[in-house]
Write a protein that binds this ligand. Structure first.
Ligand code: G3P
Ligand code: CA
Length: 253
């Protein structure tokens, strides 16, 4: 097949962090559709669980920063997701905090996300956020994602909770999995027994660190990188993927 022409684009996975969250409210369907339209390879979502057992897209463990929950339910501080039913969460506006043009945007459930994005052919990087708060959430994620044949081969799962990723591997042996953070060099061999990726913050993603991850047969998707200069630097350090709020900037590189 020959070698790529000089100057050819390297094969870097473009991952839209919480969707195209520079331009649209994070973890909403509008941000996910925009990420796909900007030609991200994957959209990244954060998944947690409501009081009545529904999986929803939300980064923080409370609803306060990215919805109007403090106005709608003023007596329910500290507004933990786990203390609200889905019906209550569906009353919240998850768009106005970003910009009034997004007023009325709702917190999506994982099934709503899977249904809405299935036809767009984008992949999914699903972060289980604080899974230690939601016992058994791995079985629900595996079941809900697995219920969609059209998503087969397009889903990756990551978490800062490494034992949880190890448990997910036992549950779904063929899953594509990543640990978030910066394991020490001497921890990489053990992590490689159950993870396909180590996904570090850019501050720790030196060329040497990425090479060490590669040496153990894993990939490195680096976060969260919005400047073109830093994207170029990480590409030169051989990052496999870049997790960005601005997938359009990475696409244009
Ligand atoms: O995908 C990497 C990144 O999402 C991890 O950090 O806090 O944005 O979930 P955070
Ligand atoms: Ca995340």
């Amino acid at each position: 097949l020959g070698t790529p022409a000089a100057g050819a684009a390297p094969d870097v996975t473009n991952i839209a962090h919480r969707g195209a969250s520079h331009d649209a409210p994070e973890n909403t369907l509008v941000a996910m559709r925009l990420g796909a339209r900007m030609r991200a390879d994957l959209v990244e979502i954060d998944v947690q669980r409501t009081k009545d057992g529904h999986l929803v897209l939300m980064h923080d463990t409370t609803l306060a920063r990215t919805t109007d929950v403090e106005q709608v339910f003023p007596t329910r501080a500290p507004w933990k997701i786990a203390d609200f039913t889905l019906a209550e969460i569906k009353r919240l506006d998850a768009g106005s905090w970003k910009n009034p043009t997004f007023a009325g945007e709702r917190v999506p459930t994982l099934p709503e996300f899977l249904r809405a994005l299935a036809p767009l052919r984008v992949g999914l990087l699903l972060e289980a956020k604080a899974p230690e708060l939601y016992p058994g959430i791995e079985r629900e994620i595996a079941r809900q994602v697995g219920a969609w044949p059209s998503w087969r081969g397009r889903v990756q799962v990551q978490s800062f909770n490494w034992p949880w990723i190890k448990a997910y591997r036992a549950l779904v042996p063929k899953a594509v999995l990543g640990v978030l953070g910066t394991p020490r060099a001497e921890e990489l061999a053990e992590i490689a027994r159950y993870s396909d990726q180590v996904n570090p913050p850019h501050a720790s993603a030196t060329a040497e660190y990425i090479a060490a991850v590669h040496k153990h047969g894993m990939k490195a998707n680096v976060w969260t990188v919005d400047s073109a200069d830093l994207m170029r630097t990480l590409i030169s350090r051989k990052a496999d993927g870049i997790i960005t709020n601005r997938p359009d900037v990475l696409r244009d590189l």
